[in-house]
Design a protein around this ligand. Structure first.
Ligand code: PCA
Length: 322
């Protein structure tokens, strides 16, 4: 009798531990020193504390576990329980994912926040249909153009080798007559050093992280759009947690989102200062370059609306409402 009882207790303890200890891998595509990754590392620590060690998250930086375009599928299939993606990279799955990557829709942090609020329910719904739960999103800095030679208009970009990180940045190349090459950030330094690319659009942080100043000397601060990274969790992995652990994860995620937006904005000017210190010329775009880029943006917004249809139009309307 006593024996039977202790076996039952042992069984219970085993079940309790397997439920109590979740180990999540969280691949990201950006270096450990980038503010997105630092924020995620803090999130992992907060989750550990908030769940009393019941959820352990291992952050794998710099595309070491999965390459940027593979991370979403890895989370979806449960190969990784969690992961960080650049949402606009997945434009081909659904145009809603690409809205924050369309030039000149949202170009300041308050606008980006508003666009996030307007598009979040639709994004959450799309991800949920793919078995993914959105934990939080954090913005990059407004996107500008890095070039080897100085430019005065988009005509100066014609024919040059242009690094694209998303379908939209490839489309820009096509519209301005540059030659797009898809390269993720983890391979960007090497691509510049070997002359595979001579220009690209991105943020000050990526220019700094990839030591762009060693290869390209000009940054045109076009402030064209503010893309966001999204931290995701496999819905089944999340649902398997006990209620208190779920609440702990969500609280840490909300804190990470608030912290991330604040740091992103603070670091925007800091990165430009660091780039200048390292020999990069930061230019305000000429009126012609600005007008040209806005024309590109206009074409891309119209294209986006065509593919995003009524759902897309509803999001844009909600965003534009004062
Ligand atoms: N940096 C990332 C995406 C957007 C950004 O600012 C990159 O260039 O890959």
């Amino acid at each position: 009798m006593i024996r039977k009882f202790s076996i039952a207790v042992a069984g219970l303890t085993l079940a309790a531990t397997s439920m109590a200890q979740a180990k999540w891998d969280l691949p990201t595509a950006y270096p450990a020193t980038n503010y997105h990754t630092e924020n995620i590392t803090q999130f992992a620590k907060d989750v550990d504390a908030a769940t009393g060690g019941k959820v352990k998250i291992a952050v794998h930086a710099n595309a070491s576990l999965f390459k940027a375009p593979e991370i979403k599928r890895a989370v979806q299939s449960g190969q990784a329980q969690a992961g960080e993606i650049l949402l606009a990279n997945f434009a081909n799955e659904n145009p809603i994912y690409a809205l924050d990557g369309v030039p000149f829709v949202a170009t300041t942090y308050p606008e980006a926040k508003k666009l996030y609020a307007a598009s979040k329910p639709a994004i959450e719904k799309l991800l949920a249909a793919q078995g993914i739960k959105l934990l939080f999103m954090v913005p990059w800095a407004p996107q500008g153009i890095y070039t080897k030679k100085e430019i005065g208009s988009v005509a100066d970009l014609r024919g040059i080798k242009w690094r694209a990180y998303s379908p939209a940045t490839a489309k820009i190349a096509e519209l301005v007559g540059a030659q797009p090459v898809q390269i993720q950030q983890a391979e960007l330094s090497a691509a510049m050093a070997t002359g595979v690319i001579e220009s690209y659009m991105s943020s000050g942080s990526t220019g700094y992280d990839t030591k762009t100043y060693e290869s390209l000397k000009n940054f045109y601060d076009t402030q064209a759009w503010i893309p966001k990274n999204a931290v995701l969790v496999n819905a089944k992995s999340f649902d398997a947690l006990e209620a208190t652990a779920k609440a702990g994860v969500l609280k840490a995620a909300a804190d990470a989102e608030a912290r991330g937006w604040k740091v992103a904005e603070e670091k925007n000017s800091e990165y430009k200062r660091l780039l200048t210190e390292r020999g990069m010329k930061i230019h305000k775009p000429s009126p012609k370059l600005d007008a040209d880029m806005r024309q590109v943006g206009g074409i891309m917004q119209a294209d986006w609306l065509k593919v995003a249809g009524a759902d897309g139009a509803a999001i844009l309307d909600a965003y534009k409402k004062p």
